[in-house]
Design a protein around this ligand. Structure first.
Ligand code: ATP
Length: 218
């Protein structure tokens, strides 16, 4: 049987229950064997000064994932040339894994709607099936419909299909959580509680390392 591996890229600054809900939904709805979380070392759309140092983001991920054997964290983006483009990360995974592996790339709808700005996005859509969690579903519905037309996919229920080598795109049915990393960073700066938004171990790590208490924008 072919292996089904989920790849979940993000800044994870910090990782939160919204990320974990997306991963759990993808695992069960798409029947994945496991999910590799891939923290971005230096994503093309963010300045280095905006990001918490890589080792802190990785450590928070490790803590958040340690009790789920199906979830792991990859440091591959720290080894690739910067800025790191998802298509290069995917090429790296295709090289490392057996040819009978199918890859599923997890995203929120907000990120997926930007797909046409990603490097070699049509190639990317042929290298992994995108699995999309419909964050802000009502607000983004018109843009989603527009994107299907622009990319030339036909829509069938929770799936989009192409008539070329691009793989199907799946939309998860389980509702996402509304939490975001930027909300968490803002709440910490304002001294508001965040402990229902991140696992307890992540909360303790943030406190112990005094993360996110600094200047606005962080
Ligand atoms: P920020 O608020 O700083 O933009 P974020 O919460 O969106 O951060 P990222 O690490 O940038 O977190 O997100 C990684 C991926 O996870 C993106 O594809 C994003 O759309 C998705 N994602 C993040 N939070 C959620 C959520 N609550 N529900 C569904 N998808 C999410």
């Amino acid at each position: 049987m072919r292996a089904r591996i989920g790849l979940f890229g993000g800044t994870f600054d910090p990782v939160h229950y919204g990320h974990l809900r997306l991963a759990e939904s993808a695992l069960s709805e798409c029947g994945l064997d496991r999910i590799v979380f891939i923290p971005a070392a230096m994503p093309p759309h963010k300045a280095a000064s905006e990001l918490t140092p890589f080792h802190h983001r990785v450590e928070m991920l490790r803590l958040a994932l340690h009790d789920r054997t199906e979830f792991e964290c990859s440091l591959v983006e720290a080894q690739l040339p910067v800025p790191t483009y998802t298509v290069e990360t995917l090429r790296n995974f295709h090289r490392q894994y057996a040819p009978d592996t199918d890859f599923y790339f997890l995203t929120g709808l907000d990120a997926f709607l930007e797909i046409q700005t990603w490097k070699e996005y049509n190639r990317l859509l042929a290298m992994a099936s995108f699995v999309v969690s419909e964050r802000e579903r009502e607000k983004l519905a018109p843009l989603k419909a527009q994107l299907a037309g622009e990319l030339g996919y036909s829509t069938a229920g929770h799936m989009w299909k192409s008539n070329d080598d691009r793989l199907p795109i799946y939309f998860l049915t389980k509702a996402p959580l509304t939490v975001s990393s930027s909300t968490i960073r803002r709440k910490i700066r304002l001294g508001e509680p965040i402990n229902d938004m991140v696992p307890e171990v992540v909360y303790r790590y943030i406190r112990a390392n005094k993360l996110y208490q600094g200047k606005a924008g962080q």
